[in-house]
Design a protein around this ligand. Structure first.
Ligand code: F6R
Length: 592
C-alpha cells in the first residue's frame, strides 16, 4: 500500500533521486510522503502531508537516501505520522509498508524501556527495535542488516521495512508479504517497492523473496535469509519492461494513456500470446475442475472468463472472488486448477487464497502483469499479461489484457486460436476507432449531462454481465458517483425500486442472444423515468442515448469495456477529481 524507494552509491544527489523515484510510486499511497538522507553523520528528514506531485526537496546532497509515500493504516494523516521515523539516537531512519500486528505489545515494552515515541504509527516500533539490536550487534560491515533482521523477526504480520543508518551510510531492508525489488547499477544500489520505479536506472533486478533481507552499500547488494540470518546468493533478473513505458508520453494522465494503450496490448496478445494460451488450455483440459479467481477488476475479468470458456469451448469453470476463495478450501484438492488473475501480483487476498489452494495440492496458474511479483513466483505456471506498467490506480489495460488472453485460451481449447487472433485484431481496431472519433466526445457530453446524478446503474446479461459490473466499478471508484452493475434480469427483483425520473442506466446490448432480454429490462427502467444509455451495435427505441460499438462476436466484451472507462474518466474530471489517484485507494492492496 505504500511506496518505498532508496539509493546508496557514488551519486551525491540521493535526495533528488529518491524524490523522483517516489513520484513514480505515488500511486501506491498518497496521503503523505517523506525522505531521509545522511548529512555530515546526521540524519536529515523532510516529510509532508499531501500528494508528492510537484514537490521539490530541500535536503542537502547525500550519497544515501530513503523515502516513502504513505497510505495510512495506523495513525492519522499528519506530518508526524509520515515516514521515515527515527530512533532515539537519531542514527536511524525507518520506513515501512504493511501492518505490524503485535505493535501494541512492542510499543508497550519499548516505552517501558524509556524509548520516546513521536508518532502514532506502528512503524516507529521498528526504529526503536533496530536501535536496541544495533547496540547488541557485533561491529562489522553487516551490523545494520543483522540488527534489522533481529528486529524483523520480532514483528508479526506481513511487512516490508527499510532502514537508513547514518553511522555506516548503508541501507538495509527485509520483507514478508509486501513487495521489495533491488536494483543493481555500476555506481550504487537501489531499492523500491515496485520495479517500474527502478527502470530509469537499471533493468537488472533482484526480487526479494518472503523472509529475505538485503544490505545495500555503495559496493553492491547482499541478500540474507531472515530466519537463519545466513547470506544467500542473489538471483539477478533482467526485466522486460523499459523505462519509457512508465512515462506519460504526452498524455494528460496515466488513465488516458493506459486506456489508449489497449489496442496495442490486444494486438500484442494476438501476435505473441498463442503459446501461452495453448499451455493454459492444456492445463484446463488436464484438470478435474478449473477455478478463476481475482479481486475487483480482476474478479470481473475472471467472471468474464467463466462465460468465455463456457460459450466458446463448452468448458465449465468456477468463479470466485480472491477474498472468498479460501473459504471454499475444503472442496479443493489435487487435480484442480486455479487460475489467479492479478495485475500487480501482490494482492494479499489473492496470494492468501492461492497459498491455501496450493497447500491442498491445487495446480496454480496465474495471469499476472508484474514479472517477479509474489504471485508470479508462487504460480506453477505464470503467464505475463504484457500490458506494460499500469500506473493509474484504476485497472484498464490490464483488464482487457486478461480478457484477451482468456479469449485466446477459450479458442485454444477448440483448436481455433486463429479465430481468436482475428477477433482480437478487430476489437483492437474498434477500440482505436472509438477512442479517435466522435464517440469519445459523445461520451464526454453524456458525462456532462449526468455528472450531478447521485446514482447510476449498469445492466448486461450473459457475457455482458461482468462488463456491467466493471463499468460500475470504473465509475464509482474514480468519480465517487454511486454506480451499480447488475445482471439485466435481476433488476426487476428489487433494484428497480431505486429508479427515479432521470436516473441514468447504461445498457449493454450486444448482437447476441441477450439483446432482446436486456432491452426489455431497459424498457422497464425507461417506463419508470430512467434515462437509457445504450452501448450496442444497433440503435433501439429504448435508448435515449446510443453509443454505437461494433459487434465483435465473443470479443465484444473488450469493446464494451471502453465506454465505461471513458464515462468514469469524464465524470471524475467534471467532479474535480484526479483520475489517476482516487481517494482512499491504492494500486496494490497488500493488506487484508
Ligand atoms: C479497480 C482496481 C482494483 C484491482 C484489484 C485487484 O480499478 O484496480 O479493483 O483490480 O485491487 O488488483 P490486482 O489485479 O493487482 O490483483
Amino acid at each position: 500500500m505504500c511506496g518505498i524507494f532508496g539509493y546508496v552509491g557514488i551519486r551525491d544527489d540521493a535526495p533528488q533521486l529518491v524524490l523522483a523515484g517516489l513520484k513514480k510510486l505515488e500511486y501506491r499511497g498518497y496521503d503523505s510522503w517523506g525522505i531521509a538522507a545522511k548529512d555530515n553523520g546526521r540524519v536529515q528528514i523532510e516529510k509532508r502531508v499531501g500528494k508528492i506531485g510537484d514537490a521539490v526537496t530541500t535536503l542537502r546532497p547525500s550519497h544515501v537516501g530513503l523515502g516513502h509515500t504513505r497510505w495510512a493504516t495506523h495513525g492519522g494523516v499528519t506530518d508526524a505520522n509520515a515516514h521515515p521515523h527515527v530512533d532515539c539516537t537519531g542514527r536511524l531512519a525507518i520506513i515501512h509498508n504493511g501492518i505490524i500486528q503485535n505493535f501494541r505489545e512492542l510499543h508497550h515494552d519499548l516505552t517501558a524501556r524509556d524509548h520516546t515515541f513521536r508518532s502514532d504509527t506502528d512503524t516507529e516500533v521498528v526504529a526503536h527495535l533496530v536501535e536496541e539490536e544495533l547496540e547488541n550487534a557485533a561491529d562489522g560491515p553487516q551490523r545494520l542488516v543483522l540488527a534489522l533482521m533481529a528486529a524483523f523477526r520480532r514483528l508479526t504480520g506481513l511487512n516490508a521495512v527499510a532502514a537508513l543508518d547514518v553511522a555506516s551510510g548503508h541501507l538495509a531492508a527485509a520483507k514478508s508479504g509486501s513487495p521489495l525489488t533491488l536494483g543493481w547499477t555500476e555506481g550504487g544500489a537501489l531499492l523500491a517497492s515496485d520495479y517500474s520505479a527502478l527502470l530509469e536506472h537499471t533493468r537488472e533486478m533482484t526480487f526479494l523473496d518472503e523472509h529475505q533481507a538485503a544490505l545495500l552499500t555503495p559496493d553492491g547488494i547482499e541478500v540474507y535469509d531472515v530466519t537463519t540470518g545466513q547470506a544467500i546468493t542473489p538471483i539477478v533478473n533482467v526485466v522486460a519492461w523499459k523505462a519509457e513505458a512508465a512515462d506519460l508520453a504526452g498524455f494528460p494522465d496515466f488513465m488516458t494513456k493506459e486506456i489508449h494503450e489497449q489496442p496495442d496490448v490486444l494486438r500484442r496478445i494476438a501476435r505473441e500470446g498463442v503459446a501461452d494460451a495453448e499451455a493454459l488450455a492444456h492445463l484446463i483440459e488436464a484438470a478435474s475442475e478449473t477455478h478463476l479467481v481475482g479481486c475487483g477488476t480482476a474478479a470481473h475479468a475472471a467472471l468474464a472468463g467463466q462465460y468465455l470458456l463456457a460459450r466458446v469451448a463448452g468448458r465449465r469453470a468456477f468463479f470466485a472472488n480472491g477474498s472468498e476463495f479460501g473459504y471454499l478450501e475444503r472442496f479443493l484438492g489435487p487435480g484442480a486448477l486455479a487460475i489467479a488473475l492479478s495485475q500487480s501480483g501482490e494482492t494479499i487476498d489473492i496470494l492468501d487464497s492461492m497459498r491455501t489452494a496450493k497447500a491442498r495440492g491445487v495446480e496454480l496458474a496465474a495471469l499476472v502483469n508484474v514479472e517477479g511479483s509474489s504471485l508470479y513466483r508462487l504460480a506453477d505456471h505464470a503467464i505475463l499479461l504484457g500490458a506494460g506498467p499500469e500506473r493509474c490506480v484504476l485497472a484498464t489495460k490490464s483488464f482487457t489484457a486478461k480478457l484477451g488472453i482468456l479469449l485466446l485460451t477459450a479458442h485454444a481449447l477448440i483448436g481455433q486460436t486463429a479465430v481468436a487472433q482475428a477477433l482480437l485484431e478487430r476489437a483492437a481496431s474498434e477500440i482505436e476507432a472509438l477512442l479517435g472519433d466522435w464517440r469519445r466526445d459523445f461520451i464526454r457530453q453524456i458525462a456532462e449531462r449526468i455528472y450531478r446524478q447521485e446514482h447510476l446503474y449498469m445492466i448486461g446479461r450473459g457475457p455482458s454481465y461482468p462488463q456491467a459490473l466493471e463499468a460500475a466499478l470504473k465509475v464509482k471508484e474514480v468519480s465517487y458517483v454511486h454506480a451499480e452493475g447488475f445482471a439485466g434480469g435481476e433488476l426487476k427483483h428489487g433494484v428497480i425500486a431505486l429508479i427515479e425520473p432521470g436516473t441514468p442506466c447504461l445498457v449493454l446490448a450486444p448482437d447476441d442472444e441477450t439483446r432482446d432480454d436486456v432491452i426489455s429490462g431497459a424498457m422497464e427502467v425507461k417506463a419508470r423515468g430512467g434515462h437509457i444509455i445504450g452501448v450496442s451495435p444497433r440503435p433501439d427505441p429504448a435508448f435515449d442515448d446510443h453509443i454505437p460499438v461494433a459487434d465483435v462476436g465473443e470479443a465484444s466484451g473488450l469493446v464494451q469495456a471502453v465506454p465505461g472507462q471513458l464515462l468514469g474518466y469524464y465524470l471524475a474530471l467534471l467532479r474535480g477529481h484526479d483520475p489517476d489517484k482516487p481517494r482512499n485507494l491504492a494500486k496494490s492492496v497488500t493488506v487484508k
